[in-house]
Design a protein around this ligand. Structure first.
Ligand code: ZN
Length: 233
């Protein structure tokens, strides 16, 4: 399934700064420099589990740790408006979904929703865009995939002002199922999508919301997993 993915990078507009290492290079022909492409291509999805894992957290798979070119590319995409990275990052996320699900079959992707305020601050719904590219990639590889925006985010307090318990409580209260029928295909495995997993509180909260609607997630697929600090300051 990876065939052609890195050729996609050649389609991107030509920035002067590599999205993976931030180095400005003369004659850089891709959004990501060859060294960073090699580093990203070497990553393989695997299971991750925050410690402690919040109750209700489904099994999570991540492409890699939140560091190096993966971290830089995510920051460039989310915080610096490099929308062209949605395609290669979405394709990488498709690899994680494939690892999380196993055999090919119908899949229902549920991206973690942004609050409207966060979407405005971040040049639009970055995860929804990743989910579309991820789904397209999986379909090209023969999967039956639908993206369901089944959950909405409620306005919430600024997490910077909350301690870890406060953040967990805010995450738990932060989501609602959208009203109306979701229309997931019979037998489809529900997979949550996010860019980064840290404490797992968000994924656990959304998993609970979906389970109450009879849509228990099979698992979650994320691009990067942070290593938690041993002690909160
Ligand atoms: Zn680079």
């Amino acid at each position: 399934m990876t065939g052609g993915l890195w050729a996609d990078l050649a389609d991107l507009v030509l920035p002067t700064e590599c999205a993976g290492c931030r180095l400005r290079r003369q004659g850089l022909r891709h959004g990501v420099c060859p060294g960073c492409v090699r580093a990203l291509r070497a990553l393989r999805p695997g299971p991750v589990r925050p410690v402690p894992a919040p109750p209700g957290l489904p099994q999570c798979h991540a492409l890699g740790g939140y560091d190096g070119p993966l971290r830089e590319a995510l920051l460039a995409y989310k915080d610096h408006g490099r929308h062209g990275l949605a395609r290669p990052l979405g394709a990488l996320l498709a690899e994680v979904v494939a690892a999380a699900v196993g055999p090919v079959g119908p899949v229902a992707l549920v991206p973690v929703p942004d609050t409207p305020a966060a979407a405005r601050a971040r040049y639009g719904d970055h995860l929804g865009r990743l989910a579309r590219h991820c789904a397209r990639r999986l379909r090209d590889a023969g999967w039956r995939v639908q993206v369901h925006h089944a959950v909405r985010a409620l306005p919430r307090p600024d997490s910077v002002t909350l301690d870890s318990a406060g953040r967990a409580a805010a995450a738990a209260a932060g989501f609602r199922a959208r009203s109306g029928r979701v229309g997931v295909v019979e037998g489809a495995r529900v997979v949550l999508l996010d860019d980064i997993v840290t404490t797992g509180a968000t994924l656990a909260a959304i998993s609970r919301v979906l389970s109450e609607r009879g849509l228990s997630p099979h698992g979650a697929a994320v691009l990067a997993a942070t290593t938690r600090k041993r002690q909160q300051q």
